[in-house]
Write a protein that binds this ligand. Structure first.
Ligand SMILES: Nc1ncnc2c1ncn2[C@@H]1O[C@H](COP(=O)(O)OP(=O)(O)O)[C@@H](O)[C@H]1O
Ligand SMILES: [Mg+2]
Length: 374
């Protein structure tokens, strides 16, 4: 029997837990033509959520364009990524794809290839000697042109939006604002995970995308939703476990989707069918898991400064977010206020910790447990 708990990839259907409210909210935003920034820590389930939403939008009234910006590195790859996603969302038939690509873009040149299974795919290149700005505009405006042509609501998702802040020039960020502000009949979702970068992009007055989108922070999944989800999957394999044990599991992972699935996966794996799951099993699953990650965490810790280690150790015993600049925390962890601030700065920019509810959290929940055990 295949383990029903999945971690790492995009989850849907049987592997997707709850998010009913979020799906409703985002559906409304799609219908309303809103612009929304959906942000959360890595692995919180942004991509899975948005893909599930897109899949469920009726094709009769929506065209969904999903652009993953992860692999883009500058304005040229940005423009061709959007152009590709737009053309492929507009047309799936091989014989029409090239035509659509030519129709939709003035400054980008399409070429279509067909793989061995007969699936067409389109790529775009720039016209020789052309400035990059018209190309970016061309790509960014295509969804709005499509909305007019097809008389459908267009939903555009830019996943990993923080990538554009990492490009060497800020052309894309600037052009983006000026173009999408004018678009009618298009909803935009910006998905991003490096919170400090995203926050700068959308909340600093000096930045082009300042206040260009509403904010939708995505949080963890509540234990009340995990309980039936986890219980049913264990019961389905004749490995009954009590709700109190699921609560324990969720407390360890703080309900974070990735870590909860990961721990549930490993727990499910070590229990034989026909056996009830025991507290010892949970402890054993956690031990094994941390043991396997131990090497990675040791390396991670070696790269930190002494003050950073003090800060992390102190944070690892906090129940949720820690408040490392309070006098109690500083005293307990032998830190001066200034060194705690400096340590936090460094860990923040390395994505080891993150801001949450006015405090700080250790992003990797297993690293947190591992640290607490040291
Ligand atoms: N709604 C959900 N129900 C169950 N597990 C989820 C859910 N959303 C995310 N996950 C878990 O988190 C992992 C990361 O999800 P993903 O959508 O890639 O997150 P993100 O895009 O925020 O990095 C998935 O592989 C899965 O294990
Ligand atoms: Mg993602």
């Amino acid at each position: 029997m295949v383990n029903p708990f999945q971690y790492g990839g995009i989850v849907d259907d049987e592997s997707f837990c709850n998010r009913t409210q979020e799906l409703h909210d985002l559906r409304r935003a799609a219908e309303n033509g809103d612009r929304l920034l959906v942000y959360a820590e890595r692995r919180m389930g942004k991509t899975s959520l948005i893909k599930r939403l897109l899949k469920r939008l009726p094709k009769s009234s929506f065209i969904a364009i999903y652009v993953d910006l992860w692999a883009t590195g500058g304005s040229e790859s940005f423009a061709s990524a959007i152009a590709k996603a737009t053309a492929e969302a507009a047309e799936t038939r091989a014989d029409k794809l090239l035509e659509t690509g030519k129709e939709l873009f003035k400054h980008l040149i399409p070429s279509v290839t067909i793989d061995q299974a007969g699936n067409p795919s389109i790529e775009f290149g720039a016209r020789q000697g052309l400035d990059t700005v018209p190309q970016i505009e061309d790509a960014l405006d295509a969804p709005a042109r499509l909305a007019l042509k097809r008389k459908k609501q267009i939903v555009v998702v830019y996943d990993e939006i923080q990538r554009i802040a990492e490009y060497s020039e800020d052309t894309v960020e600037r052009v983006m604002r000026s173009r999408i502000q004018q678009h009618q009949g298009v909803s935009y979702f910006f998905l991003g995970s490096r919170k400090h970068l995203i926050r700068q992009m959308f909340t600093q007055e000096s930045r082009p995308l300042f206040q260009s989108a509403g904010h939708y922070p995505l949080s963890t999944i509540a234990t009340a939703h995990w309980i039936p989800f986890i219980r049913d999957r264990f019961a389905g394999a004749d490995k009954p476990l009590e709700d109190s044990l699921i609560e324990k599991l969720c407390a360890r992972t703080e309900g974070h989707p990735y870590y909860t699935q990961h721990l549930a996966h490993d727990l499910w794996e070590i229990v034989l069918p026909g056996h009830a799951v025991l507290a010892e099993d949970l402890a054993r699953a956690e031990d094994t898991l941390l043991q396997r990650l131990g090497h990675t965490y040791t390396v991670l810790l070696e790269r930190t400064t002494e003050n950073q280690r003090k800060l992390l150790r102190g944070m690892s015993s906090a129940v949720h977010e820690a408040r490392p600049f309070t006098s109690e925390f500083l005293r307990k962890n032998h830190l001066a206020a200034s060194s705690a601030h400096r340590a936090a700065e460094g860990l923040l920019s390395d994505d080891v910790i993150d801001r949450e509810n006015g405090g700080f959290i250790i992003s990797d929940r297993f690293f947190k447990i591992w640290l607490a055990r040291l």
